[in-house]
Design a protein around this ligand. Structure first.
Ligand code: PLP
Length: 412
């Protein structure tokens, strides 16, 4: 059989298409829906769609385009290299990169109109890059209001602002933004968010006194966008929420009006009847309890499912089974029970590890619980070996295609 579906549609495609065997299906309509939902909550503040780490595993370029179509005004990434990849794909929206090393290519960032987060040490390098490129750099000054990671300390803030303003006066840069990052916004009852907010207001006042007139002041991540309107300022930086996942323990995506965008699916690669007491997978940590049928799922830790996540759910033919025995590099096993010859009917069936949860199916959160981690990590680690398949690439709304790439007034 040499036939291949010309459409590339996995539902119609023959098994030779690798996306039919195993894929992470990314629903770009869900991305658009989530961005609109978050934009409505944030309004009048604008939305920066955070698409670092290949859009948390969802595919940076298609997600960035969908987010911009749905009203995101900015894009955000960690590394300059990630920003340059978006520019290379023709995306010219305002774009901020905030995590740098001495090896970062500040010159390329300035040349590509990428905004650069600056915590202090970067300033001299950014200015050197601006001189070399004969183009003013666009920077966002970052302050550490309590997270203890990136950002200028409160003690050095005054000095950093002063230096930046001298360079701005010389035409070498423009202070476009001032920002900070929250530590505990996913736990709304904790007091530290108030303390960080108060500190942020203080540093904004210091900057205003020094004559800084930023376009955007930004502090909120997804949890703060959803739970703390007083943190919105001019712009919110949302990552997790645009992927449809909940940042809160005990609150589902649906309760927040969000739609999970990634479905992880594969085809059951073997079903076989085994006797009572059959050991399963490395270490033989599981034995069947009675005669049973084992289903083999061709997804493992090389695909990004954590090895510790035994017990995670896999849905086959409308029923959800826990993974039994150790998860291996390429595969995992579910115990279909004493179904007799009927089990063979599940050979070649679709297995869903997680999806949008709308129909009671398994979710990213289930896998996060099984692995003792958070939903962020589950989707972000789905590896490049799993083909991404994008659905609903075309926005149904009028004017969708024309709005794919914005001319970013702030990007020049
Ligand atoms: C990753 C990141 C975000 C997005 O956080 P979410 O909780 O996913 O919304 C925002 N700001 C910074 C600085 C980040 O590193």
């Amino acid at each position: 059989m040499t036939y291949r579906a010309a459409t590339g549609d996995f539902d119609a495609a023959p098994a030779q298409d690798p996306r039919y065997e195993r894929s992470a299906v990314i629903d770009l309509d869900a991305i658009r829906h989530n961005v609109r939902r978050l934009a409505a909550t944030a309004s009048p503040a604008k939305v920066m769609a955070v698409v670092k780490a290949d859009a948390y595993g969802h595919g940076a370029v298609p997600v960035a385009r969908a987010a911009l179509e749905a009203g995101a005004a900015w894009l955000g990434v960690a590394h300059i290299s990630e920003a340059l990849a978006l520019r290379a794909a023709g995306i010219d929206a305002p774009l901020l990169a905030w995590l740098h090393t001495t090896e970062s290519n500040f010159g390329a960032a300035v040349a590509a109109g990428v905004d650069i987060g600056c915590s202090g040490w970067e300033l001299e390098r950014i200015v050197a890059a601006a001189r070399e490129q004969e183009r003013p750099a666009r920077i966002h000054l970052k302050v550490d209001t309590g997270l203890g990671r990136n950002g200028a300390t409160m003690d050095t803030w005054d000095h950093l602002v002063g230096e930046a303003m001298e360079y701005q006066d010389q035409g070498l840069l423009r202070v476009v933004g001032i920002f900070s990052h929250l530590a505990v916004a996913d736990e709304p009852e904790r007091p530290e968010t108030d303390q960080q907010l108060a500190a942020f207001r203080d540093v904004l006042a210091v900057a205003a006194d020094a004559g800084v007139d930023p376009e955007v002041r930004h502090l909120a991540n997804t949890p703060a966008t959803l739970s703390r309107p007083d943190t919105h300022f001019d712009l919110v930086r949302v990552g997790l929420g645009i992927y449809g996942l909940s940042p809160f323990d005990g609150q589902t995506s649906a309760e927040l009006g969000l739609r999970p965008a990634m479905t992880l699916r594969a085809v059951v690669s073997q079903c076989k009847e085994v006797p009572d007491g059959q050991g399963v997978s490395y270490g033989l940590r599981y034995h069947t309890n009675g005669a049973s049928t084992l289903g083999l799922i061709p997804v493992g830790y090389a695909d990004g499912i954590p090895r510790v996540a035994t017990g995670g759910p896999v849905r086959v033919a409308g029923k959800t089974y826990p993974v039994v025995g150790r998860i291996a590099m390429d595969q995992m096993v579910i115990d279909l029970g004493d179904v007799g010859p009927a089990g063979a009917g599940l050979f070649g069936a679709e297995a869903e590890l997680f999806g949008n949860g709308a129909d009671g199916g398994p979710t990213v959160d289930d896998w996060a619980r099984a692995a003792g981690t958070i939903n962020y990590e589950i989707v972000t680690r789905i590896s490049p070996r799993v083909p991404r398949r994008f659905i609903n690439e075309q926005a149904p709304a009028p004017g969708g295609a024309a709005a794919v790439v914005h001319g970013g007034e702030g990007a020049a």
